[in-house]
Design a protein around this ligand. Structure first.
Ligand code: PEP
Length: 251
């Protein structure tokens, strides 16, 4: 059985003080870690507070990005080695905002995935098509190609532990959610692609999230789908009550 994983993505929001306030508000209210994994992906400047909180709670911590080299003369980048040493669990890679605004390529994302495993963390690998690609009916080929490129050279064991987030670009921050059936269809196609690239067991193990205007009102319907194992949530993860409603969707 795959454990559900609900991850907030704060994007470039919240300073350390606001982070502390958020953590005070969710203290003692997260679901047990053996039921649902609750994760927050936060800006690098907020990670220290989240890591300290996570030591004594069921929260897991994600960085929103990292570089693919461990250290060196790369001004402004964040070291995966340092993230791991500070206690970060996951790193989100390939978010459409990073692909779009910062020109991150499939090759960069693959190098980052390898760097994350090399440093004993786990990747949340984002993929997803634009509205134009969906309207042309090419969404499945597009997403499968992104996944193939991101996973290139990873072992079956690594892919088994990975999280893949399917986030159609047209549904991110727009209030337009893919229907639960559309989300299920693509998450199933991703699982089939992993089966083709690796084997049945790896496909059974890999966790696949849906992201794109997930909120307390639609999380249950999405999570009821057989190939959707979690959500990657932007807007609705930034308010404590809403984040708590998402991670406690089983109640
Ligand atoms: C995201 O940030 O990955 C996201 C899906 O945002 P939102 O939930 O706001 O659409």
């Amino acid at each position: 059985m795959r454990k559900p994983i609900i991850a907030g993505n704060w994007k470039m929001n919240k300073n350390p003080e606001e982070t502390q306030e958020f953590l005070e508000a969710i203290k003692g209210k997260l679901p047990a870690a053996d039921q649902v994994e609750s994760v927050i992906a936060a800006p690098a400047i907020d990670l220290n507070a989240l890591v300290w909180f996570s030591k004594d709670s069921d929260l897991k911590v994600a960085a929103e990005n990292c570089y693919f080299e461990d250290e060196g003369a790369f001004t402004g980048e964040t070291s995966p080695k340092a993230l791991s040493e500070m206690g970060v669990d996951y790193v989100v890679i390939g978010h459409s905002e990073r692909r779009g605004y910062f020109h991150e390529t499939d090759e960069d994302i693959n190098k980052k995935a390898k760097a994350i495993f090399r440093n004993n963390m786990l990747p949340i690998i984002c993929c997803g098509e634009s509205l134009e690609t969906r309207e042309a009916g090419k969404q499945t080929d597009w997403v499968v190609a992104q996944i193939k490129a991101a996973l290139a050279g990873l072992t079956a064991e690594e892919v088994s532990k990975s999280v893949i987030a399917y986030e159609p670009i047209w549904a991110i921050g727009t209030g337009k959610t893919a229907s639960a059936d559309q989300a299920q269809e693509m998450c199933h196609a991703i699982r089939e692609a992993v089966k083709g690239l690796y084997n049945e067991q790896t496909a059974e193990n890999v966790r696949i999230q849906y992201g794109g205007s997930v909120k307390p009102a639609n999380v249950k319907e999405l999570m009821a789908k057989p190939d959707i194992d979690g959500g990657l949530v932007g807007g609705a993860s930034m308010v404590p009550d809403s984040f708590l409603a998402l991670v406690n969707y089983q109640n």
